[in-house]
Design a protein around this ligand. Structure first.
Ligand SMILES: [Cu+2]
Length: 150
């Protein structure tokens, strides 16, 4: 089903030589969660009006969250966790390589009418972001906020 699988982290890492230390990297907001140790599930709906619902999520530092991404639209959508800076760079990359599929632990792509899951552990407090990086969707405002309380 996937034409191209390209690890976005790798692509971003290549474009920023110090990706590991970069504050823009997704590691700034945590790491992939253990699906067997989920503290809370949060359902996020995606729609073809380029919105997430809810578009703001509040979690506590240290929590592992299972995001259930329900795509009620007619087109593919994604949920990609990151910082705004990282998501903007990533969106620019998607404009260059529109066929690129996401196979990263901080992202899930969901076909129309399907539900996808993303398990993430939030290890730092602060304000983070998520977005749909299907070409054009981020630019149309398909993004949301994650507030991680200490
Ligand atoms: Cu979308």
């Amino acid at each position: 089903m996937r034409k191209h699988i390209l690890t976005l982290f790798a692509a971003i890492a290549l474009s920023t030589s110090t990706a590991q230390a970069s504050p823009g990297h997704a590691s700034a907001l945590g790491k992939p969660g253990d699906p067997a140790k989920v503290d809370r599930s949060i359902e996020i709906a995606t729609s073809d009006d380029m919105r997430f619902s809810p578009n703001e999520v509040r979690v506590k530092r240290g929590q592992t969250i299972r995001f259930r991404v329900v795509n009620g639209g007619q087109m593919k959508h994604e949920m990609v966790l990151g910082t705004l800076d990282e998501l903007q760079k990533h969106a620019a990359l998607m404009r260059k390589f529109p066929e690129m599929e996401h196979d990263d632990p901080n992202a899930v792509s969901v076909e129309p009418g399907k539900t996808g899951e993303l398990v993430w552990r939030f290890t730092r407090s602060g304000n983070f972001d998520f977005a749909c990086l299907v070409p054009g969707h981020f630019e149309a405002g398909m993004r949301g906020k994650i507030v991680v309380r200490p």
